[in-house]
Ligand binder design. Structure first.
Ligand SMILES: NC(=O)c1ccc[n+]([C@@H]2O[C@H](COP(=O)([O-])OP(=O)(O)OC[C@H]3O[C@@H](n4cnc5c(N)ncnc54)[C@H](OP(=O)(O)O)[C@@H]3O)[C@@H](O)[C@H]2O)c1
Length: 348
């Protein structure tokens, strides 16, 4: 049995994580035919959760939003017409329940910004917006949750377009955040030569030792880091760039990519000091630039199969509890950018 009330976090005002507060709220008494009630066990955080808390997220966000896009948990109740799930199944949610297959058509609909998120003890989902983990899954709840946003995004960068990654190709990751490290693990398992950039030699050393990245470039000590990337690839450039930096790094990413290579626009961590001439740079490289919005349900299913088949472990670096103090510590750690990987909040 479960309680009639639950604890739920809300962004009470978008002026910093200190305003992410816990509330006691009623659990729904009734499930619609195709709904399930999930006891959430783990929520992983992403850079966007800081942006939502700070009011800087560049997409619609509802007032008093429940933050968080990534949850893993167990089904505790199912609606009368739910066929594919049963009580006890371990599940993860989709980042965007409207993104099922193919090019995204719907307006933005993502948990923790334009629709209510997952930082709560329980959540009602429609049965189309969750995926089941295999009964013999090796993943912890934290690792499974980490796949929802960072994992699916990285998978989309490699396998989401016609220019799909082929074993032996080279992939460049900008920074050592959640998308990069999760992507690095996936890319290596798929047979990539990998290059990562960072502001910190300590982080690079850590990533080399722990994840076996092939080449490291410090973008502070090498402001012209694209030249180091070109050197590392014997003058050719990389096949894929996972572009987390945004307007401040795109010109250098275009300089780093090989003729005909692919750049996936993922992040907005940096600002350009002057606007680069993207049109000419893209044209002369014959490059493909793709905008990424995490990924579809179909891509997420592929990712879960791959991770299960390869028994991959996900990069959970710091674990926190569900009290307000612990949740604020988790946000503080995320904002400090002093980790190479993911942060999880374990939900009581
Ligand atoms: N479009 C999408 O679908 C999608 C999905 C997920 C994430 N995102 C976006 O992608 C970006 C990364 O997200 P995340 O969750 O992985 O972030 P994260 O875990 O918070 O990681 C941030 C890391 O990025 C690195 N970084 C900071 N400024 C940088 C810069 N100017 N150039 C290169 N690296 C820089 C830092 O690592 P170092 O100290 O090692 O440099 C920092 O630790 C964010 O902008 C996020 O909003 C977009």
């Amino acid at each position: 049995m479960f309680a009639a009330t639950q604890q739920v976090y809300r962004v009470t005002k978008p002026k910093g994580y200190q305003h992410v507060k816990v509330f006691t709220e009623e659990l729904p008494k009734h499930l619609e035919k195709h709904e399930v009630l999930v006891k959430i066990n783990a929520v992983t955080l992403n850079y966007r959760d800081i942006a939502v808390a700070n009011g800087t997220y560049p997409a619609p966000t509802i007032d008093q939003v429940i933050p968080g896009s990534d949850a893993a948990g167990k089904i505790v109740k199912v609606g009368s017409q739910v066929k594919d799930f049963k009580v006890g199944d371990r599940v993860v949610n989709l980042f965007d329940p409207t993104n099922i297959y193919g090019p995204k058509m719907a307006v933005d609909s993502s948990h923790g910004s334009s629709i209510q998120g997952v930082l709560s003890q329980y959540k009602v989902f429609s049965d189309h917006e969750i995926l089941k983990l295999p009964s013999d899954s090796h993943l912890t709840d934290a690792e499974a949750a980490a796949l929802v946003c960072a994992g699916c995004t990285a998978w989309n960068c490699l396998f989401g377009s016609a220019e799909r990654f082929i074993a032996g190709q080279t992939v460049l990751f900008l920074g050592t955040g959640g998308v990069s490290i999760t992507g690095l693990i996936l890319a290596k398992a798929a047979g990539a030569v990998t290059i990562i950039t960072s502001s910190s030699d300590d982080k690079l050393k850590y990533v080399k030792e722990k994840y076996g990245v092939d080449h490291c470039v410090n973008y502070h000590t090498h402001p012209d880091w694209e030249k180091e990337v070109i050197k590392a690839t014997n003058g050719e450039g990389v096949d894929f760039v996972v572009e987390n930096g945004g307007s401040g790094t795109i010109a250098k990413s275009l300089a780093s990519v090989k003729q005909g290579g692919t750049i996936s626009l993922v992040g907005f961590l940096s600002q350009a000091t002057e606007i680069p001439d993207i049109t000419i740079l893209t044209m002369v490289k014959g490059a493909t630039i793709r905008g990424i919005q995490v990924g579809s349900k179909q891509l997420f299913e592929e990712l879960l199969r791959f991770v299960h088949a390869k028994k991959l472990r996900m990069p959970i670096e710091f674990e926190y509890g569900f009290s307000e103090e612990q949740v604020h510590s988790a946000y503080k750690r995320l904002e400090s950018q002093t980790l190479a990987g993911k942060i999880v909040i374990n939900v009581d």
